[in-house]
Every structure is written in C-alpha cells, then in structure tokens.
Write a protein that binds this ligand. Structure first.
Ligand SMILES: Cc1cc2nc3c(=O)[nH]c(=O)nc-3n(C[C@H](O)[C@H](O)[C@H](O)COP(=O)(O)O)c2cc1C
Length: 373
C-alpha cells in the first residue's frame, strides 16, 4: 500500500489536523519522534514573532496504541496557540460583532487568484489556508514516514545551500561551517533592516536506500517525478533539482554520469553521484540528493504596490506578521515531503501489513540483488 496523507487547518484557526494512511502495524513511535521535527521547523534565523507564540506539539488521536502503530490511519492534531488572539476573527461559528475584511492582496501570494477563484470579498478566507503554517502538519506526517524509513535502514536529512545571494558552497569547507553561517545570518539581518525578505536553496539527503525504489515503466511511477511534485508542492518553491540538476545540462556526457564499478566487498558501486541517487526514475543505491529553490517570502514589511479589491484604488499590499527568511524551516518541510514520498515508494515495493513483513521482503530483495550496503 502506498502512503497517503492529507492536512486540514487554517493559519490562525483552532488548529491543524492530519491523517496518514498506509503505515504498517508494529512501528514503535515516541511523542519526541514527532515533536522534535516540529521544533526544528520552528527554528532558524529570520523567523518572525509567530514562532515565539507557537510551541508545536502533536497530539495523536488515532492509529496508535501504547506507542505502536495499528496499521489503521494515524490522526494528528497540532493546536494553534495563536488562535487565542484570533477567536473572534477566525471562529468557525458566527460571532456577534462584524469582523473587518482584508482587501489588500499581496503580490506573490495566493490572495488575488484565491478570492477570484472562490468568490470571496475577504482575502483572509484565502491567505489563512495558503499560509505555510500548514507545513507544521506536513512535518508531523513526515516524522511518521521517517520512523517507518528508519526501521528499513533509511535516514533523511536536510541542510541549507544558499540564502539570498550567499552560497554555502563558497565556504572553504563546502559545509555549514561557522564562517558560512555567519555570512548567512548577516545576509538575513541586512535584508530585514532593508524591509526585504529572502529566499534560497536547501538540499535534502537520504541515506541507506536500496536500488530499484520507484520505476522506469510508467510516468507516474518515476521517483524523480514524484519527488519533484512533493518538493514543488511546498509553499514558495520555484525550482527543484536532483543531483547536479541544471548543471549537468551544460556538461559533456563523460562528465555528467556516474561510472559503474563492482567489487567483492561492495558489490556494485559508483565513485561519483552526479545523478543524485536516481537513474531511470529509480534509486541507484547512492545517497538521494534533492534540492528545492525557494523564492523570497511575499509578505513584506515595506509592502509592494497592489489594488484594494473593494474600491479598485491603488494601495499597498497587506502587512501581515511575517518571517523574513525561512529556508532552514523549508528544508525541514522538504525532509518531510521526501520522507513521505520515499515511504510511499518503499511501501509499494515491500508492502506488508506488519513492519516485520516489510523487513522480510526487504531482506529477500537485498539477497536477490546481492546488495551488501
Ligand atoms: C516554512 C515556510 C514559511 C513561510 N512563511 C512565510 C511568511 O512568514 N510570510 C510569507 O509571506 N510567506 C511565507 N511562506 C511562503 C508563502 O506561504 C507562499 O509564498 C505563498 O503560499 C504563495 O505560494 P507560492 O509562493 O508557492 O506561489 C512560507 C513558506 C514556507 C515553506
């Protein structure tokens, strides 16, 4: 069975709800497995005041008994603490006093197309759901997928590659060392002072994958396509790449691929990973490398020009409380989306109502292909 999930919830409503279907029975889970990732999503230089209000915790309301999955849908709830400040404006039920409408759509947000499409006069009816507060629910679902993947020997991580114009790769050690971090923090501070927001690039890496997850036989079975959809579905993502991505387009063939070797000790292996762990829509057994390119956040403290949708007069866009840069948080969301996609593809290949069935199928497959890692 593949993994399915859905989320519900508005940014300042009572809370977020998620349902995850397709996890096998017998997985051991602790509250910390979920809350740790929820906390990681809230961190990072460049977050706004909202993150001081929210201390996200997931309450599991179905699918779990005494810390073990039952094979039934898992339901999660993450409260919006901020709802206490929005009870009138976001109450699911009618309130006594009229609530002021928002008429100032933000360029780059869902506001204008959303009110046109759904026939609203109040932009809040759109922005509340378009807001990336929703990604807290995705991260909670992703944490469950990670527990499943971990049981199968797969770990998923993320790191920041670029913030604004500063590339981490420019640092001498090509990793998030202190100098590079300081440069990124300075870039964010400078942007914030100038009332600007910033985007950037994150990378998600998955280790411990066996070859042959996903498939070349159908367009919608290709794991590269599924990962691209998963990453692009995250709010503010404008690009996705796998491995060396757009860079390989400009190379000659001999510099674009990963030559194949075999040794008694390792079996098949590669010395490079330009393909980012995917060939023909399937994992190659090398680490998976997926990048997401994020645009600068559309809500600006010095707003862009817009139009009042009621009067049609020129106006400044809405100034909703906002973050200035959320690339590190988006990386955690990227991890969740990659984990959910990989867990789905593993589930399709190894099936199993109980995790032990999946483990037995994985062992048999590793044996058949002589996979030694
Ligand atoms: C983790 C995360 C946090 C975000 N926080 C904000 C924010 O504080 N302010 C904002 O204007 N946009 C924020 N966004 C981006 C918007 O939600 C997004 O640009 C908007 O929904 C329009 O969708 P699109 O950019 O994909 O077209 C955030 C995105 C992510 C992934």
């Amino acid at each position: 069975m593949t993994l399915r999930f859905t989320t519900a919830g508005e940014s300042h409503g009572p809370g977020l709800t998620a349902v995850v279907e397709g996890l096998p029975a017998g997985l051991t889970l602790t509250p910390d497995d979920i809350d740790r990732d929820l906390a990681r999503r809230q961190l990072g230089h460049g977050r706004g005041g909202r993150m001081k209000i929210e201390k996200d915790r997931a309450e599991v309301t179905a699918g779990l008994r005494h810390g073990r999955t039952l094979g039934s849908p898992v339901a999660l709830r993450v409260d919006n603490r901020d709802f206490a400040n929005w009870e009138e404006r976001m109450n699911p039920w009618p309130v006594d006093e009229p609530v002021e409408e928002v008429h100032l759509p933000r360029p780059g947000h869902a506001d204008l197309a959303g009110v046109q499409k759904y026939g609203f006069s109040d932009v809040r009816n759109v922005l509340e759901r378009a807001s990336a507060r929703e990604t807290a629910a995705r991260v909670a679902c992703g944490a469950l997928a990670k527990v499943y993947l971990r049981a199968l020997g797969v770990e998923v991580f993320s790191h920041v590659i670029q913030i604004g114009s500063v590339h981490v790769d420019e640092s001498p050690v090509r990793c998030l060392d202190l100098d590079a971090s300081a440069a990124l923090v300075a870039e964010i501070d400078q942007a914030r002072k100038a009332n600007e927001s910033l985007g950037g690039v994150f990378e998600v890496r998955a280790f411990g994958l066996v070859p042959g997850i996903g498939s070349h036989v159908s367009w919608d079975g290709r794991l590269d396509g599924r990962l691209a959809q998963a990453i692009m579905s995250i709010q503010a993502m404008k690009g996705v790449s796998i491995g060396d991505g757009f860079e390989v387009a400009g190379r000659v063939g001999s510099q674009a691929h990963d030559e194949i070797f075999w040794s008694e000790e390792q079996g098949f292996f590669r010395e490079t990973n330009r393909a980012g762990g995917l060939e023909g829509g399937m994992t190659s057994g090398e680490p998976l490398l997926v990048r997401g390119a994020m645009k600068p956040l559309p809500t600006l403290t010095k707003p862009l020009r817009s139009v009042d949708i009621a009067t049609k007069d020129p106006a400044q866009a809405l100034r909703e409380r906002t973050d200035s840069c959320t690339v590190p948080a988006a990386g955690v969301v990227g991890e969740a989306m990659v984990a959910i996609t990989l867990a789905g593809a593993y589930g399709e290949k190894f099936g199993g109502d109980h995790i032990d069935d999946a483990l037995a199928a994985l062992d048999a497959y590793r044996e058949r292909i002589g996979w030694r890692r």
